[in-house]
Design a protein. Structure first.
Length: 83
């Protein structure tokens, strides 16, 4: 499993969709937290170009929501493992 978080779109490095495709091929799950505190549509970018089919993205609409988003993400990931 790979966890990512951020408040902007890609600005350097490899093409995220190529990495997403390779993760899918290898059975790696990518989950994330999109911080939209600066008013950008980061959640959609994550869904289209980063998060794998079996992954998910949690949105934090402000810096104050970030702790809630982390907690929600961890609970969701642990629920999968514990089942």
């Amino acid at each position: 499993m790979i966890d990512v978080s951020g408040d902007g779109t890609q600005n350097a490095g490899d093409d995220t969709r190529a990495v997403q495709t390779e993760a899918e091929r290898q059975g790696v799950t990518i989950n994330g937290i999109a911080s939209e505190s600066v008013g950008l549509a980061i959640t959609g970018f994550y869904q289209r170009g980063i998060i794998t089919t079996d992954g998910f993205v949690i949105t934090a609409r402000s810096h104050r929501e970030y702790p809630r988003a982390i907690r929600e993400k961890l609970i969701r990931e642990l629920a999968r493992v514990i089942g």
